[in-house]
Design a protein around this ligand. Sequence first.
Ligand SMILES: [Zn+2]
Length: 293
Amino acid sequence: MPSIQTKKRFSGNNYILVIFDSCRYDSFVAAKPKTIKKLGKVEARWSYASWTSPSHYNFMIGLMPHSSPKNVYASEYYKKDFLKFNERLGVDNIEFKSLVPKLYLPSFLKENLGYQTNAMVSLPVLNPRTVLNSGFDSYKLMDKHNDMRAMVKGLQFNQEKPSFYLMNVGETHYPYALPDEPPDQWPRISGVHGVFKHLDDEVVGGKLLVKKKSKDEKFFDNNRLEELRQRQIKAVKYLDRVVEELFDTVPKNTFITITADHGELFGEDGYFGHGPVQHEKVFQVPFVEGKIR
Ligand SMILES: [Zn+2]
């Protein structure tokens, strides 16, 4: 794919925040994503939330998944962590208090730093009518829940001003389906609804993933859950190739962060999925970022 070569008339970086929905850290590592690793060292970090909406709100107030340091005050940690936005954006004069009072990254990027701000989201729970859509010039719920390639094809960069893109990627979300897999072949788990055409379904109960087992029903089929875990790993392998297309598409002055909004449980300690789950694996996420050239 040819690069979009823009003769930039601004200083600083385009910034792309890619969130692999539900991608837990060890699935990411097991996939051995060669291209993504070119960005930098893959860290295990911790999400501030176990579910898509609150987690994305955290991202949008500038809270990246954290490293859980000991013996520090929270306020000191996130002030320090926020300084990394200087590197991400290619500037040197922003600090956490720069976000005050709105505390919302897209608005800050647009109003204070002159960014073109764009979101492309896969999960209906993040749809454009939600409160998350503030400070964005464009905010799109993708036609399919699982097609990052369509997002890459939709990227547009402005020569006059830097661009910010939030990309919520759904291939790693249950049912861990690649875009060419027919829906009638997706795995189904009784009582679990993963992806919804209609917002009502999502809000009413889509993500309350744990179904009580009846006397006669075995809640977990370990083979089935392992199959699902392998599907998530396969999704990351696939996305590594799409990220290569992303790298080929973006202008040189582009900084990219790839991470996840939360992890996923595949039967560990009686849990499946994410959301109302208190477990290490639902909070542990991959985190990698950098400029590719
Ligand atoms: Zn999510």
